[in-house]
Design a protein around this ligand. Structure first.
Ligand SMILES: Nc1ncnc2c1ncn2[C@@H]1O[C@H](COP(=O)(O)OP(=O)(O)OP(=O)(O)O)[C@@H](O)[C@H]1O
Ligand SMILES: [Mg+2]
Length: 274
Protein backbone atom coordinates (compact mmCIF):
# COMPACT_ATOMS: atom_id res chain seq x y z
CA UNK A 1 0.00 0.00 0.00
CA UNK A 2 1.24 3.50 -0.72
CA UNK A 3 0.45 6.89 0.72
CA UNK A 4 -1.86 7.38 -2.25
CA UNK A 5 -4.30 4.99 -0.63
CA UNK A 6 -4.90 7.32 2.27
CA UNK A 7 -8.56 8.34 2.48
CA UNK A 8 -8.67 10.13 5.82
CA UNK A 9 -5.73 11.72 7.59
CA UNK A 10 -6.29 13.21 11.03
CA UNK A 11 -3.44 14.70 13.06
CA UNK A 12 -3.56 15.99 16.60
CA UNK A 13 -7.33 16.24 16.89
CA UNK A 14 -8.45 17.74 20.16
CA UNK A 15 -11.92 18.56 21.45
CA UNK A 16 -12.86 20.68 24.40
CA UNK A 17 -16.39 21.20 25.64
CA UNK A 18 -17.60 24.04 27.82
CA UNK A 19 -19.87 22.83 30.56
CA UNK A 20 -21.45 24.63 33.51
CA UNK A 21 -18.81 22.95 35.68
CA UNK A 22 -15.88 24.04 33.55
CA UNK A 23 -14.08 22.90 30.43
CA UNK A 24 -13.72 19.18 29.72
CA UNK A 25 -11.18 17.65 27.31
CA UNK A 26 -12.71 14.45 25.96
CA UNK A 27 -10.21 14.18 23.06
CA UNK A 28 -6.60 15.18 23.68
CA UNK A 29 -4.71 15.24 20.42
CA UNK A 30 -5.22 12.03 18.53
CA UNK A 31 -4.07 10.78 15.12
CA UNK A 32 -6.19 8.62 12.87
CA UNK A 33 -5.48 7.45 9.35
CA UNK A 34 -7.69 5.34 7.15
CA UNK A 35 -6.72 3.81 3.84
CA UNK A 36 -8.84 2.72 0.93
CA UNK A 37 -10.57 -0.62 1.46
CA UNK A 38 -9.65 -0.66 5.13
CA UNK A 39 -11.87 -1.11 8.17
CA UNK A 40 -10.35 0.60 11.20
CA UNK A 41 -11.73 -0.32 14.59
CA UNK A 42 -11.75 2.16 17.46
CA UNK A 43 -12.13 0.60 20.86
CA UNK A 44 -11.88 1.73 24.44
CA UNK A 45 -13.94 1.93 27.56
CA UNK A 46 -17.08 4.00 27.93
CA UNK A 47 -16.32 7.72 28.13
CA UNK A 48 -12.83 7.49 26.58
CA UNK A 49 -13.82 9.81 23.72
CA UNK A 50 -14.70 7.55 20.80
CA UNK A 51 -17.96 9.24 19.81
CA UNK A 52 -16.55 12.71 20.42
CA UNK A 53 -13.68 11.90 18.06
CA UNK A 54 -16.05 10.93 15.27
CA UNK A 55 -18.43 13.80 15.87
CA UNK A 56 -15.48 16.18 16.03
CA UNK A 57 -14.28 15.05 12.60
CA UNK A 58 -17.80 15.26 11.17
CA UNK A 59 -18.46 18.58 12.92
CA UNK A 60 -21.54 17.22 14.62
CA UNK A 61 -20.77 18.55 18.10
CA UNK A 62 -22.75 21.34 19.73
CA UNK A 63 -21.77 24.99 19.76
CA UNK A 64 -20.27 24.64 23.26
CA UNK A 65 -17.49 22.52 21.80
CA UNK A 66 -14.16 23.47 20.16
CA UNK A 67 -12.37 21.25 17.72
CA UNK A 68 -8.73 21.83 16.83
CA UNK A 69 -6.40 19.76 14.68
CA UNK A 70 -3.17 20.08 12.73
CA UNK A 71 -4.87 18.22 9.94
CA UNK A 72 -8.25 16.69 9.10
CA UNK A 73 -8.02 15.81 5.48
CA UNK A 74 -10.38 13.87 3.31
CA UNK A 75 -7.49 13.11 1.06
CA UNK A 76 -7.75 14.53 -2.43
CA UNK A 77 -11.14 16.07 -1.65
CA UNK A 78 -11.26 18.46 1.23
CA UNK A 79 -9.46 20.02 4.14
CA UNK A 80 -12.06 19.61 6.86
CA UNK A 81 -10.31 22.07 9.16
CA UNK A 82 -11.21 24.80 6.68
CA UNK A 83 -14.56 23.58 5.44
CA UNK A 84 -17.51 25.80 6.29
CA UNK A 85 -20.93 24.64 7.43
CA UNK A 86 -22.32 24.19 3.92
CA UNK A 87 -19.24 22.42 2.71
CA UNK A 88 -19.47 20.04 5.68
CA UNK A 89 -23.11 19.36 4.87
CA UNK A 90 -22.10 18.52 1.33
CA UNK A 91 -19.34 16.22 2.54
CA UNK A 92 -21.52 14.39 5.04
CA UNK A 93 -23.68 12.00 3.08
CA UNK A 94 -21.92 12.49 -0.23
CA UNK A 95 -18.35 11.64 0.83
CA UNK A 96 -18.67 10.43 4.41
CA UNK A 97 -21.60 8.34 5.61
CA UNK A 98 -22.51 8.12 9.27
CA UNK A 99 -24.25 5.25 11.02
CA UNK A 100 -24.89 6.04 14.68
CA UNK A 101 -25.58 3.82 17.63
CA UNK A 102 -29.27 4.59 17.80
CA UNK A 103 -30.92 4.36 14.37
CA UNK A 104 -34.06 6.08 15.60
CA UNK A 105 -32.00 9.14 16.45
CA UNK A 106 -30.89 9.37 12.80
CA UNK A 107 -34.33 8.88 11.28
CA UNK A 108 -36.86 11.64 11.07
CA UNK A 109 -39.98 10.53 12.97
CA UNK A 110 -42.44 12.64 10.99
CA UNK A 111 -41.25 11.97 7.43
CA UNK A 112 -42.01 8.72 5.66
CA UNK A 113 -38.93 6.64 4.89
CA UNK A 114 -39.46 7.43 1.21
CA UNK A 115 -39.37 11.14 1.91
CA UNK A 116 -36.10 10.76 3.83
CA UNK A 117 -34.46 9.19 0.80
CA UNK A 118 -35.88 11.97 -1.35
CA UNK A 119 -34.74 14.81 0.92
CA UNK A 120 -31.25 13.32 1.08
CA UNK A 121 -30.94 13.03 -2.67
CA UNK A 122 -32.53 16.40 -3.36
CA UNK A 123 -30.01 18.04 -1.02
CA UNK A 124 -27.06 16.60 -2.90
CA UNK A 125 -28.17 16.13 -6.50
CA UNK A 126 -29.87 18.72 -8.60
CA UNK A 127 -32.87 17.62 -10.59
CA UNK A 128 -33.57 14.31 -8.94
CA UNK A 129 -37.28 13.51 -9.24
CA UNK A 130 -39.50 11.66 -6.79
CA UNK A 131 -39.85 8.72 -9.13
CA UNK A 132 -36.11 8.38 -9.61
CA UNK A 133 -35.55 8.80 -5.88
CA UNK A 134 -38.06 6.02 -5.12
CA UNK A 135 -36.41 3.71 -7.60
CA UNK A 136 -33.01 4.29 -5.99
CA UNK A 137 -34.44 3.90 -2.50
CA UNK A 138 -36.06 0.57 -3.40
CA UNK A 139 -32.76 -0.62 -4.78
CA UNK A 140 -30.87 0.49 -1.67
CA UNK A 141 -33.37 -1.14 0.70
CA UNK A 142 -33.27 -4.39 -1.25
CA UNK A 143 -29.47 -4.14 -1.09
CA UNK A 144 -29.52 -4.12 2.70
CA UNK A 145 -31.67 -7.23 2.76
CA UNK A 146 -35.08 -5.69 3.32
CA UNK A 147 -37.82 -7.89 1.94
CA UNK A 148 -40.88 -5.95 0.78
CA UNK A 149 -39.11 -2.59 0.55
CA UNK A 150 -42.23 -0.84 -0.79
CA UNK A 151 -43.98 -1.23 2.53
CA UNK A 152 -40.97 0.09 4.43
CA UNK A 153 -40.68 3.09 2.11
CA UNK A 154 -44.31 4.05 2.62
CA UNK A 155 -44.05 3.69 6.40
CA UNK A 156 -42.44 5.62 9.24
CA UNK A 157 -39.52 4.99 11.58
CA UNK A 158 -41.67 4.00 14.55
CA UNK A 159 -43.07 1.09 12.56
CA UNK A 160 -39.64 -0.50 12.23
CA UNK A 161 -37.84 -2.91 14.55
CA UNK A 162 -34.37 -1.87 15.75
CA UNK A 163 -32.66 -4.13 13.25
CA UNK A 164 -34.81 -2.93 10.34
CA UNK A 165 -34.31 0.70 11.33
CA UNK A 166 -30.54 0.20 11.35
CA UNK A 167 -30.73 -1.37 7.87
CA UNK A 168 -32.65 1.68 6.67
CA UNK A 169 -30.02 3.98 8.19
CA UNK A 170 -27.24 2.01 6.48
CA UNK A 171 -29.11 2.24 3.17
CA UNK A 172 -29.50 6.01 3.63
CA UNK A 173 -25.87 6.43 4.67
CA UNK A 174 -24.67 4.65 1.55
CA UNK A 175 -27.18 5.99 -0.99
CA UNK A 176 -24.89 8.71 -2.29
CA UNK A 177 -21.94 6.32 -2.48
CA UNK A 178 -19.61 7.83 0.11
CA UNK A 179 -16.10 6.39 0.05
CA UNK A 180 -15.86 6.48 3.83
CA UNK A 181 -18.30 5.32 6.48
CA UNK A 182 -18.24 6.08 10.17
CA UNK A 183 -20.17 3.55 12.22
CA UNK A 184 -20.42 4.36 15.93
CA UNK A 185 -21.45 1.20 17.74
CA UNK A 186 -23.97 0.46 15.02
CA UNK A 187 -25.34 -2.67 16.65
CA UNK A 188 -25.67 -1.75 20.31
CA UNK A 189 -29.07 -2.73 21.63
CA UNK A 190 -29.74 -5.27 18.91
CA UNK A 191 -29.83 -8.97 19.71
CA UNK A 192 -26.80 -11.09 18.87
CA UNK A 193 -28.10 -12.62 15.63
CA UNK A 194 -29.21 -9.27 14.23
CA UNK A 195 -25.89 -7.72 15.34
CA UNK A 196 -23.96 -10.23 13.28
CA UNK A 197 -26.26 -9.72 10.28
CA UNK A 198 -25.83 -5.95 10.41
CA UNK A 199 -22.05 -6.12 10.81
CA UNK A 200 -21.78 -8.63 7.95
CA UNK A 201 -23.94 -6.40 5.80
CA UNK A 202 -22.06 -3.19 6.49
CA UNK A 203 -18.62 -4.74 6.12
CA UNK A 204 -19.68 -6.42 2.85
CA UNK A 205 -20.90 -3.08 1.53
CA UNK A 206 -17.57 -1.52 2.39
CA UNK A 207 -15.44 -4.31 0.95
CA UNK A 208 -17.46 -4.82 -2.21
CA UNK A 209 -17.09 -1.19 -3.26
CA UNK A 210 -13.53 -0.80 -1.97
CA UNK A 211 -14.76 1.78 0.50
CA UNK A 212 -13.33 2.41 3.94
CA UNK A 213 -14.89 2.37 7.37
CA UNK A 214 -14.18 3.51 10.88
CA UNK A 215 -16.02 1.16 13.22
CA UNK A 216 -16.41 2.06 16.88
CA UNK A 217 -17.18 -0.81 19.18
CA UNK A 218 -16.72 -2.04 22.73
CA UNK A 219 -16.51 -5.54 21.41
CA UNK A 220 -13.02 -6.87 20.86
CA UNK A 221 -14.40 -9.91 19.05
CA UNK A 222 -16.03 -7.57 16.51
CA UNK A 223 -12.74 -5.73 15.97
CA UNK A 224 -10.90 -9.02 15.50
CA UNK A 225 -13.45 -10.28 13.02
CA UNK A 226 -14.06 -7.22 10.86
CA UNK A 227 -11.13 -4.79 11.16
CA UNK A 228 -7.68 -4.69 9.60
CA UNK A 229 -6.46 -2.01 11.94
CA UNK A 230 -7.20 -1.23 15.58
CA UNK A 231 -6.99 2.03 17.46
CA UNK A 232 -7.21 1.77 21.24
CA UNK A 233 -8.31 4.88 23.12
CA UNK A 234 -7.98 5.59 26.80
CA UNK A 235 -8.83 8.84 28.56
CA UNK A 236 -9.09 10.84 25.33
CA UNK A 237 -5.82 9.60 23.89
CA UNK A 238 -4.79 6.90 21.49
CA UNK A 239 -2.68 4.52 23.55
CA UNK A 240 -2.10 2.00 20.83
CA UNK A 241 -2.77 1.59 17.13
CA UNK A 242 -1.67 -0.62 14.33
CA UNK A 243 -2.28 -3.77 12.39
CA UNK A 244 -4.99 -5.82 14.07
CA UNK A 245 -2.78 -8.89 14.35
CA UNK A 246 0.03 -6.93 16.03
CA UNK A 247 -2.33 -5.29 18.47
CA UNK A 248 -4.04 -8.56 19.35
CA UNK A 249 -0.99 -10.78 19.48
CA UNK A 250 1.45 -8.33 20.96
CA UNK A 251 -0.45 -5.61 22.83
CA UNK A 252 1.90 -3.00 24.21
CA UNK A 253 -0.27 -0.90 26.45
CA UNK A 254 -1.47 -2.31 29.79
CA UNK A 255 -5.01 -1.22 29.00
CA UNK A 256 -5.00 -3.20 25.73
CA UNK A 257 -3.56 -6.22 27.53
CA UNK A 258 -6.34 -6.00 30.05
CA UNK A 259 -8.95 -5.75 27.28
CA UNK A 260 -7.57 -8.72 25.43
CA UNK A 261 -7.13 -10.70 28.60
CA UNK A 262 -10.82 -10.31 29.31
CA UNK A 263 -11.87 -11.78 25.96
CA UNK A 264 -10.50 -15.32 25.84
CA UNK A 265 -11.67 -16.18 22.33
CA UNK A 266 -10.32 -13.11 20.50
CA UNK A 267 -7.30 -14.98 19.14
CA UNK A 268 -9.51 -17.79 17.88
CA UNK A 269 -11.82 -15.49 15.95
CA UNK A 270 -8.81 -13.75 14.53
CA UNK A 271 -7.40 -16.92 13.03
CA UNK A 272 -10.76 -17.78 11.47
CA UNK A 273 -11.00 -14.55 9.52
CA UNK A 274 -7.41 -14.26 8.36
N1 LIG B 1 -21.69 17.67 25.66
C1 LIG B 1 -20.90 17.21 26.63
N2 LIG B 1 -20.80 17.83 27.80
C2 LIG B 1 -20.00 17.39 28.79
N3 LIG B 1 -19.21 16.32 28.66
C3 LIG B 1 -19.27 15.63 27.52
C4 LIG B 1 -20.10 16.02 26.44
N4 LIG B 1 -19.94 15.15 25.42
C5 LIG B 1 -19.04 14.25 25.87
N5 LIG B 1 -18.64 14.54 27.12
C6 LIG B 1 -17.69 13.77 27.91
O1 LIG B 1 -16.61 13.42 27.10
C7 LIG B 1 -16.16 12.11 27.40
C8 LIG B 1 -16.14 11.27 26.15
O2 LIG B 1 -17.46 11.00 25.72
P1 LIG B 1 -17.77 10.08 24.47
O3 LIG B 1 -19.24 10.08 24.28
O4 LIG B 1 -16.94 10.52 23.33
O5 LIG B 1 -17.26 8.65 24.98
P2 LIG B 1 -17.36 7.25 24.25
O6 LIG B 1 -15.99 6.69 24.24
O7 LIG B 1 -18.06 7.38 22.96
O8 LIG B 1 -18.23 6.43 25.31
P3 LIG B 1 -19.34 5.27 25.05
O9 LIG B 1 -18.55 4.02 24.80
O10 LIG B 1 -20.09 5.22 26.34
O11 LIG B 1 -20.18 5.67 23.89
C9 LIG B 1 -17.07 11.57 28.49
O12 LIG B 1 -16.44 11.71 29.72
C10 LIG B 1 -18.28 12.46 28.39
O13 LIG B 1 -18.89 12.59 29.63
MG1 LIG C 1 -19.87 6.65 22.24
Amino acid sequence: MTGDDLVLDVRNLAVTIDTPDGVVHPVKGIDLSVRRGEIVGIMGESGCGKSTTIKGILRLLGSNSHVTADRIELVGRADLTRAGKREMQRIRGRHIGFVAQNPFGSLNPIYSIERQFYELQKAHRTGVGKKESRRIALEMLAGVGIVGPERVLDGYAHQLSGGMAQRVVIALATTLGPGLLFADEPTTGLDATVQAQILDLISDLVRREDRSMVLVTHDLGVIAQYCQKAVVMYGGEVVESGDIVDVMVNPKHPYTRKLIGSVPKAGEKLSVTR
